[in-house]
Design a protein around this ligand. Structure first.
Ligand SMILES: *Cc1c(COP(=O)(O)O)cnc(C)c1O
Length: 425
């Protein structure tokens, strides 16, 4: 395969990038690394745009993007320049001091969202932990609830720390880790009656519902978009009862949905929301945003050593500015539409295999029929053999989350591979 690759308008000579001389040995890797992940037999070494290359030099079209994370794809010149110059200047200090880049990034987020204030951390789970702590403090000090309960949804995903895995409404992630954190209760997603019933039933003695934590579109749970009427009624209930509405925007936020924030699709503003994955374009950073009325943290009550350091903030600020400068939201809408139309055409050709195609912008799922043995993992493996990287979202949904810079030609290529793979699997 030629290593001359056309990416966007630029032609780069991949020959100039050295290929690893050592052969990669998975057995050696597994000796030293804990087996927390069931990995595909593929070791990636470099990338450019929406393409990545493995240790043998084989090229793949990347529709995973580090799981909805590499917003600007790989080796984007703006991100490379930003992190290079920032590490030469100052990469980490401490929140003992003012960090100008952190202030700049917070200002950008505040100007481009419904939030008034931002707390920075390093991951999605950590951002959700911060949101849970803020909601609990608000419940204790403002709502005067002794035993606050947070409602979350079945099939949700909020992270792997003990509190966020408890918040995650999927037993498979919690098994073997009991006892879980108290104070969570689960309701079916997109079901307003269940929320009303839970609020009524759970308000007893010192116990009361203090917050509702939801994804505007459920990611890991199978790419399930939130229902507009449901969320609007939820907002009304929260206004009437004082219950906080918290959105987990870790996967759907930062432009992936075609709008900057997923909540813009459902016409409802949260009181608190979280971001991570796409925020730093692959440099680890998380953030928890709140309106000023529920920003009740005092100095010393929450912290993170790495949170909001100059390096991560310079990277995220560049991702934010590049989203604007390159009109990426427009690209997300157009490429997302192209992808969904293409997938729906494939689904129409193979109705016995594909049940549904759904999503927003560049976060889309193709659900396989329940009554056939074909799994999302089977499709992902077959696509990998054809040079396309995909990721499952649950056992029956194939997820498409390419970098937001993906081109029309790259979406066409991905669709051709998917058509072929669905035909042969
Ligand atoms: C990935 C994800 C998380 C967890 O983020 P980490 O950075 O892995 O801790 C939380 N919520 C949602 C919706 C996610 O998709």
């Amino acid at each position: 395969m030629s290593r001359q690759t056309l990416v966007g308008q630029e032609t780069i000579d991949q020959q100039a990038v050295p290929v690893s001389s050592s052969t990669f040995d998975p057995d050696d890797f597994n000796q030293a690394v804990m087996s927390t992940y069931a990995r595909f037999p593929l070791a990636l070494e470099r990338g450019y745009g929406c393409r990545v290359w493995d240790t043998q030099g084989r090229e793949y079209l990347d529709f995973v993007a580090g799981i909805a994370t590499c917003t600007l794809g790989h080796a984007h010149p703006a991100l490379v320049a930003a992190v290079t110059s920032q590490i030469q200047k100052l990469h980490h200090v401490s929140n003992l001091y003012y960090i100008p880049e952190q202030g700049e990034l917070a200002k950008w987020i505040v100007q481009h969202s419904c939030a008034d204030r931002v707390f920075f951390c390093n991951s999605g789970a950590e951002a959700n932990e911060a949101a849970i702590k803020l909601a609990r403090k608000y419940a204790h000090t403002v709502l005067e609830i002794e035993q606050p309960i947070i409602l979350t949804a079945h099939a949700s995903f909020h992270g792997r720390t003990l509190a966020t895995v408890t918040a995650t409404g999927q037993r498979k992630y919690q098994k073997n880790f009991d006892p879980l954190v108290p104070g969570f209760h689960y309701v079916p997603y997109n079901d307003i009656g269940a929320v009303e019933a839970a609020i009524g039933e759970l308000d007893e003695g010192n116990y009361r519902v203090a917050a509702i934590l939801l994804e505007p579109l459920q990611g890991e749970g199978g790419i399930r978009p939130g229902d507009i009427a449901y969320f609007q009624k939820l907002r009304r209930i929260c206004n009437e009862t004082g219950v906080l509405l918290i959105f987990d925007e870790v996967q759907v936020g930062m432009g992936r949905s075609g709008k900057l924030w997923g909540y813009e699709h459902i016409g409802v503003e949260p009181d608190i929301f979280t971001s991570a994955k796409g925020l730093g374009g692959g440099i680890p950073i998380g953030a928890m945003m709140s309106k000023s009325f529920c920003d009740v943290f005092q100095p010393g009550e929450h912290a993170s050593t790495f949170g909001g350091n100059p390096f991560a903030c310079a990277a995220a600020l560049t991702v934010c500015q590049t989203l604007e400068q390159e009109n990426l939201l427009q690209n997300v809408e157009a490429r997302g539409e192209q992808l969904r139309v293409g997938l729906e055409a494939i689904a129409a050709n193979y109705p016995h295999k594909i049940a549904e195609v759904r999503g927003w912008g560049l976060i889309n799922g193709m659900e396989l029929q329940a009554d056939i043995p074909l799994t999302a993992a089977d499709v992902v493996k077959a696509a990998m053999d054809e040079g396309l990287l995909l990721v499952p979202a649950g056992p029956k949904v194939v997820r498409f989350v390419p970098p937001l810079i993906v081109t029309e030609a790259e979406v066409d290529t991905a669709l051709q591979v998917v058509e072929k793979v669905i035909a042969i699997t």
